[in-house]
Design a protein. Sequence first.
Length: 242
Amino acid sequence: MKNSISIVTAAFNECPGIISLVKQWLAYGENHPSIEAIEVIVCDDFSAIEQYEQLRDAFVGNPQVTILRNEQNEGPGFSFARAISQAKHSWTLITDSDGQFPIENLDAMLPGLWSTASRIAFTYRTRKFDNWVNRFGQKASNRLCNSIYGSRLNDFSCAFKLVDTALLQALQFDARYMNYSLDHSGKLLETGLEYQEFEVTCTPAPARKRPLKAEYLRARNRFFYITYLFFSVYLRKKRVIF
């Protein structure tokens, strides 16, 4: 089915919120006039057992919902990659499980995407609901990543993406933890294929407060991963790797 969508996400201790979200996503797809079929794939990243069982039991017997579970905590990047590998429909929507991206953002994306030959839809947020440390980090990483790829994405780290499933599943993602959105954007740009970029709205949320050590580790991992992207692109240009 040409206009069918698999929604994939990673979750960790997010019940009952993720249950409500999945129901919203299914209702949206079932009531949208141009979506022929929809499914949701959630990869649970070794949540507390009661959280996982609550999620699993909410959709027992529903063929539109697949609940995967990692045997140990593997990180969101790993979980997204696993969920993507299970997608069965023509298009795959990558989105976070915290509800920050309303599914209605697809209203503006679908007509423009499905009427062209584009197989990739990036998105950008005009406002990011996070603490100032992470907002600064996102702006800095956006500039660095665009300079690496020679691109002009407005929001390199925006997780909300709609991509041709066959294309997405052919890519090799390798960011294990919180750099998955940079990983997805970079690997998609490396294909050299035509893409579109759409503005999306976000649900307001309180600025996240994390311990100083946690913020340091996030910033360090982001720096390491962007450095990895730089050398990967450089070595590919020099024909050292392919």
